[in-house]
Ligand binder design. Sequence first.
Ligand code: 0GY
Length: 306
Amino acid sequence: MSTAPEVTPGWLPWHPDPSSPTFVPPAGAVDAHCHVFGPAARFPFAPERKYTPVDGTKEKLFGLRDHLGLARNVIVQATCHGKDNSALLDALRASGGSARGVATVDADVPREELERLHSAGVRGVRFNFVKRLVETVPTRALETIAAKIAPLGWHAVVYFEAPDLPGLAEFFLSLPVPLVVDHMGRPDVAKDRDGPEFAEFLDFVARSGAWVKVSCPERLSKTGPPALGGEQHAYADVVPFARRVVEVFPDRVLWGTDWPHPNLTDHMPDDGRLLDHVPRIAVTAQQRQALLVDNPMRLYWPDEPA
Ligand code: 0GY
């Protein structure tokens, strides 16, 4: 008999009762960065994982989508599932076409497997460079994967932290696929928004034509949730960074909840309040339409009208 794996000590479970957002998203809005975890009894976590989360099932994810007034999801393979994309595929199939996926694959993945993933709704792979999450994969292997996915029209979602960008930028620029950067390349928001580190990131985005997720204020913020000063001050230190990206690259920004919010240790965000963060970083209706609807539709559902 299998026993449930022991959740990582101190692991914060997703918010049990997110509030209703005050902000009403435009029709057809997409949560372009979220995950499914398990359920572990059906989709065991990978032996090489760096954490064991509580289950975050597709039913809960789709319930949250409806609660927030969103229409679609892009589900990103989480590192706790390694290269076993079964839970992701199960969620994509159950979504009836309202979810697309980003998978994790090996360099020796056969063409037929990529086609199977494509027909289930996968449109990209994730290359993760965050060392606390994964063992380093040789760039040679990533180049092989990129060459295999290019003919399918897929992209590479890249997750790295700001200090690592200088060492990775040329490699990224050499890849034959579009890039999507997770969580704004994880800037240190204690630094100057107009300083050299964020300027280098913006320059990289301009040179590479990458898409950028202006997601995860709860992960990036040092000032944190709104205990002091009310809702309008939640994650205030992240706002200028995200706003700048939205202003400079309005047609290449994406937003997502990051539900079920892996690896948060000090607080779990209320997903309703996270959606209320959107009008603070995309200040015009036109920016919000692009961020939440037009951009993710162009990237993930190019054959469907937004
Ligand atoms: C995120 C961020 C994190 C984790 C993962 O796949 C993952 O385990 O993506 C993180 O810990 O920063 O995008 O969910």
